[in-house]
Design a protein around this ligand. Structure first.
Ligand code: AMP
Length: 142
């Protein structure tokens, strides 16, 4: 299962914010859309990623003052991305290695989607169930 197929399935919409958007605004977007991270963009360029963990860290460190601070103060600038040809297993390894749960999809320098750990786990479970069904069928045929 490739990232391209996952995006065909779930769609390629990515929720973004601008570097100057406040932490309070981003928190509202995450809550409204029931998502865990936004990609921080400026025009076509990816500037960073800001997840719920960054917001928790911001509030733990600065209290409610953090809510008025810009996303750029707390985002991770070094964004690890994946590509359309990557497999579900590749993305699982990227997330496990980096200890994060979101991987923006970039193709020819453009943001074309995002994969979350939920997307990856859902496909892995489906794969395992398919393999188990195949083994059961093989056994009953034998
Ligand atoms: P998450 O597990 O996605 O909520 O993110 C945990 C931490 O990793 C936060 O500080 C995020 O800003 C950062 N992070 C999330 N996704 C990525 C990514 N693809 N590349 C680099 N950092 C990330």
């Amino acid at each position: 299962m490739t990232v391209q197929r996952i995006l065909n399935d779930k769609g390629s919409a990515v929720t973004t914010c601008r570097p100057a958007d406040t932490i309070a605004n981003v928190a509202k977007v995450l809550a409204d859309k029931k998502i865990g991270a936004v990609v921080v963009t400026e025009g076509d360029a990816v500037r960073g990623i800001l997840s719920e963990r960054d917001i928790v860290r911001a509030i733990a460190g600065q209290g409610d003052k953090a809510l008025g601070k810009p996303a750029s103060d707390y985002m991770t600038e070094n964004v690890v991305t994946c590509a359309l040809h990557d497999t579900n297993d590749d993305v699982m390894q990227i997330m496990t290695g980096g200890r994060f749960r979101h991987a923006p999809v970039v193709e020819d320098g453009k943001l074309v989607g995002i994969i979350s750990i939920g997307d990856v786990v859902k496909r892995r479970i489906a794969e395992i169930e398919r393999e188990a069904a195949e083994i059961r069928e093989y056994i009953t045929m034998a």
